[in-house]
Design a protein around this ligand. Sequence first.
Ligand SMILES: *Cc1c(COP(=O)(O)O)cnc(C)c1O
Length: 351
Amino acid sequence: MKIMIPHSRPTLSKAEIKAVNEVLSSCQIAKGKKVEEFESDFCKFQNIRNAVAVNSGTSALHMALLALDIKGGDQVIIPSYSCCAILNAVLYIGADPVITDVNEDDFNISFEAVLKNLTKKTKAIIVVHNFGLPAELAPLKKLGLPIIEDCAHTVGGKYKDKNVGSFGDIGIFSFYATKMMTTAEGGMVASNKASLIDKIKDLIEYDQKRNFKLRYNYKMSDIQAAIGIKQLKQLPGFIDKRQKLAKQYFQLLNESGFTLPKDFVDRKHLYYRYIIKLAKKHNIFNAIKKLGKEGIECNSPVFQPLHRAFKAKGCPVSEKLMKEALSIPIYPSLSLHQIGFVAQKLLKLFN
Ligand SMILES: *Cc1c(COP(=O)(O)O)cnc(C)c1O
């Protein structure tokens, strides 16, 4: 059967098309004034002093690690139940990833597991605000180590009234096609420390430099920035819509045998993903197939947990979530009616 409801989709309007056309017509298409405007709009929106746009979230992570002077042999703590880009960025600089388990209730890195994994060589912690739910940052911050906040799923999110990305030393964002907002491909690094962002501004442009320091070509283009400027204006509306759809899922599925996502007082869920757990007797991979046959595309929230890269044990919660967690469609262009259709099929097949 044909997929009627894809798992994720970007939300684009005429404003983005017009903005891209204007940039193309101007012939100034690579990094220029639009990138500057996007960076400055982003700072205002995030209430953070400095930001630099880059060509992907992965590049943003790589640059954040370099800005913090993390080197070969240093250990960087990262969550297991997450995206492979994080592991790659740590490996780019030759540091050792210390893959750490997550909490069962919020899918974010577990403070107790972090404590167990600390050593003299630990030089940074990458905290992912996973699936739209800000992580519990306060205890992690007290450890006194540099924190990179990965806000790829949670741009616009708040932790105790402060925007995510500004609580740690440095925050990174991804604007890949299906993230909270998009520039097709793209990313941002933001920090209240100007020195960190200045360092990255130098590292992402190789041309016309006096010395031969190793640099990268990680610049964003004005075409992407023009899309980003328009997307950022719509982001509050996107978040509202996601929260409305999540409420609808909750109302329709709450009385059933599913475990539904939790919300927290000091850290509101943006519902980048809506992740449910089925009763134990159901196999997730069969469930994904069955829903596909009904025209609904669902996924495992994580393709594979990162500790498997090293055949490491010791991340039992991540392994458990791989067996139990199911990500169902949620994005701003879905209607309440479509949410009803998904919920009805879930109830029919798995209740
Ligand atoms: C998508 C993502 C990234 C990487 O971003 P890209 O723009 O795809 O390179 C990093 N971290 C998390 C948590 C992500 O979801």
